[in-house]
Every structure is written in C-alpha cells, then in structure tokens.
Design a protein. Sequence first.
Length: 380
Amino acid sequence: METLNKATMEEMLSTPNRLLVGAGPGNLDPRVARALTLPLLSHLDPTFWEIMDSTADLLRRVFRTENEATLLLPATGMAGMETMFANLIEPGDKALIGHSGHFGSLMVEVASRQGAEVTEFQGPEDGAIDEEEFIEKLDSDDFAVAATVHAETATGTFQPVQKIAAACQERDTLFLMDAVTSLGGMDVRVDDWGVDACYSGTQKCLSIPSGGSPITFGERAMRKVRNRKEKPCTYYFDIQELMRYWSGGMEKSYHHTAAIPLVYATHEALRVLLEEGLENAFERHIRCSKLLLEEIEPLGFKPFAQPEYRLPMITAVTMPEGLNAKDVRTRLREEWNIETDLGLGEIAEKILRIGLKGYSAQPRNAAYVTLALSTMVGAA
Ligand code: PLP
C-alpha cells in the first residue's frame, strides 16, 4: 500500500488559480469562499437550523416559488434529477420527455430506471423541441409526467417551456424541469409558469462549489407523492423524509448529516445574487455572452446554437479553419490558465463551450478569453 512520506505530508495542498469558464463550476465570489471557512456547527444545532430555514427562504425567492417543499439536497445536480423522478414516477407511469441534448437523454435514462414507460420527443441539437408539437404529443396518451431541460448545457441551447408548463397544468400531467444551468442566470418562474417540480445545481450560475442540488416540489407534486401506492425505492432521496429535516422551525428531525459548509456557501451566494437583483444578474449574463460572441465570431469561432435558442451562460462555438477544439482547450488551460470545456457525446470534439456564468460572468473575463483565443487564430 502506498503511504505518504514525511516530505509530501508536510506540503500543503495547492491548486492552480484558474479562470473557470467551462460548463462546470465557476469561480467563487470572495464572500462565498469566506462562508465556506466559517466554524462548523452541528447539523442538529438550532443555530444551524435557522441557517437552513433562511437558506430555504432564499431558495424560494430564486426559484420564485412559495413551495414549502424547497431544500438543498446534499448531492450534485444528478441527485436532483434522481429525486424528482424517484418520487414522482410510479412503476408503469407514462412519461413524455422532450430533449435535444445529453442531459435530456439522461432524464430518459433516469426516468426509465424508475419504471416509467418513456416516450421520447427529440429536438435538434442546435435548437429546441417545438412547444406546440410537444403539446400535441401530450394529448396522444395518458402521461403522468412531462419533463424537459430548460438550459441544455451540453450544446448551449435554451428550451422555451412556458406553453408546455401551462398545458400540463390544464391536464392531469405534472411538469418537471431541470434548471441546473438556468437558475440564477436566466428567468425561472416556478409558480407563475406552473412547474410542478424543479431542481438545479450549486456550481453553475449560483457560483457555489458543486455538491448541492436545490430542489422544489409544488402542491400537485406533493399530492402525488402522498398518494403513492408504494414508498419511493430510495430513502435518502425520499422528499417526505428529506422534509422532516428541512421543514421550517425547530421541529426538525435527523435524516442525514447536512453538508454544513455547503449550506453556508449557498446562503451567502443566494444573498449575493439577491442583493444584485435577479433581473440585473440575468442582464449581466446576456451582456457578457454578447461581448464574447461579438469579438470571437469575426475570428471564425461560430456559435453552434441557432440564434433564438442561444443560452447566455454557455456559449458553444465551432472552430475556425485550421484549429481543433481539443487543442484549443488544452492551450487555453496550459498557456492562459483558462478552463473551458469540449462538447458532450457525438459533438464532443466539434465544439468548445465557454461558460461565463455566475461570478465568472464578468466583462473582463469575456475580454481575457477573447484575447487568448485571438492569439491562436492564424497561428495554429
Ligand atoms: N442537468 C444539466 C442541465 C447539467 O448541466 C448537469 C451538469 O452539468 C446536470 C444535470 C448534472 O449535474 P451534476 O453534474 O452536478 O450532477
């Protein structure tokens, strides 16, 4: 077995200080970084419970919901997806899943594993599914749930959902939405739109380290949960069990040991976001992605998504003649300390994804990435 020798044990862990503008985590606001280092409390300390209640209230404001069942799952965005389907699918339920990229296909996988009979409704990978056609499909069978990804990170595409959500509200179909990449970076209105359940991830536009998934279930969804014939096949992600710990006030009971520093960081990051104002944050994301594209498109980096479906927080671009995305990504990291991402799935090496999101969505970062890319064009 390998053991640490004295010399390595005495070295402090250090990591390069990169500009994180990929599809995954972004850089942290110093206030959030500071919150991570606050003294630990116990997960059953009433002072910590007050922080939990306040975090849930802040999450409600960001999700724009009054849903009581709103909490931070102590696991990544995929756990949000698992929780949503594990609670809201009963074996044999019919699910209509609209997707045009990698994370939408994962919804198909996760819902199927819960025993759903899934009908896939696929859109173009550089665009979105057509809402009207999706609604027509909704009427072709007795769907218990319909689901889609609001911001498809894999391709940098936006999925309009309001008409679909409204159609589901008029029917006996729950509308479930992935807001992992959209929450905090663009408009998400759980109550106004009629989204029955929605989850996000901490590391995208909320600028918190990865490891948490904010999630919210509305009354229609909770009714379905309460009326299930069998309990969900998971204890950890059972929303009713989770709510025994996350319900407001001092009546909480143990369900798991919370990721304490992550809750502190979430609390602080949501305060930072709400102090700026949601609309201002959305506008900042649009401004940064426009600034970036205006500069790099003339260099030959062409946007992958159709104009009306481009996300403000993830800009996916194809390469100019003579460059390949894999080399560009490596050079950005090694020569400029900039972290970006390739695509996912079949288009992996065709596109570079630049994520100016959350705290990383700043004009100076757009300018720095532009400068780095400009040095590679014509000099490949
Ligand atoms: N959904 C979307 C749209 C995502 O972009 C991601 C991650 O990038 C996930 C789900 C899964 O989140 P995580 O990697 O935090 O588990």
